[in-house]
Design a binder for this molecule. Structure first.
Ligand code: CMX
Ligand code: CO
Length: 146
C-alpha cells in the first residue's frame, strides 16, 4: 500500500546553488546527500515533514553526473524543473508487482538502491499520464550512515 509522498525529484544543473535557493527561500536544510553512480546523479534530500507511517516527505534535488543519464537527458530536453514524484510503501516488491499486473510498465525486474539505502523502482511515464513515478521503501532506521 502506498502511504505517503516520499519525495518530489527536481532536476537541476548546479546542486549547490539549488540547495542554497531552498535554504535561503524556505529555510529547508540538507538532511542527507550522496552520489548514486548507478542512477547517474549527485543528490541532496531536504526533509520537509514526517508522515505518520515511520517515513517522511522530502525534496530530492538531482544534478546529473553524466550527460547520458536519465536526469542528464531530461535536463537537455526540458531544462530545470520537476523530474518525478515518488510514493512511499512498506513493500515496494508487492506494490510494484500489483501495479505491473495492471499493465503499467515497471522499469526494473528487481528494485534497486536509492537514497539513504532505500529500495526503489520506477513506472514508465508514458503509462502514467506523463508523470515519471517512483516507488520507495525506506531502509530500516539506522541502516544507513549519514
Ligand atoms: N517525466 C516525464 N516524461 C519523461 C521523463 C520524465 N522524467 N523522462 C522521459 N520522459 C519521456 C520523454 O519526454 C519521451 O517522450 P516523447 O517520446 O514523447 O518525447 C519518452 O519519455 C522517452 O524519453 P527519452 O528521453 O527517450 O528517455 P529514455 O526512454 O531513454 O528514458 C526513462 C526514459 C523514464 C526510461 C528513464 O528516464 C528512466 O529510466 N528513469 C528512471 C531512473 C531515473 O529517473 N533516475 C534518476 C532519479 C534517481 C532517483 O530518484 O533516485
Ligand atoms: Co527519486
Amino acid at each position: 500500500m502506498l502511504t505517503r509522498i516520499d519525495h518530489i525529484g527536481i532536476a537541476c544543473r548546479d546542486l549547490d546553488k539549488t540547495v542554497e535557493f531552498y535554504r535561503a527561500t524556505y529555510g529547508f536544510e540538507v538532511f542527507h546527500s550522496e552520489v548514486n553512480e548507478e542512477q547517474g546523479v549527485r543528490e541532496a534530500m531536504l526533509r520537509i515533514n514526517d508522515t505518520g507511517d515511520g517515513g517522511a516527505s522530502y525534496l530530492q534535488l538531482l544534478e546529473p553526473i553524466r550527460e547520458d543519464s536519465p536526469v542528464g537527458k531530461w535536463l537537455a530536453k526540458n531544462g530545470e524543473g520537476v523530474h518525478h514524484i515518488a510514493f512511499g510503501t512498506a513493500d515496494v516488491d508487492a506494490d510494484s508487482e500489483e501495479i505491473r499486473a495492471k499493465g503499467v510498465r515497471v522499469l526494473y525486474d528487481e528494485p534497486r538502491i536509492g537514497s539513504m539505502g532505500s529500495r526503489i523502482t520506477f513506472l514508465h511515464p508514458k503509462d502514467c499520464g506523463g508523470v515519471l513515478t517512483e516507488l520507495v521503501t525506506a531502509a530500516e532506521p539506522g541502516a544507513h550512515e549519514g
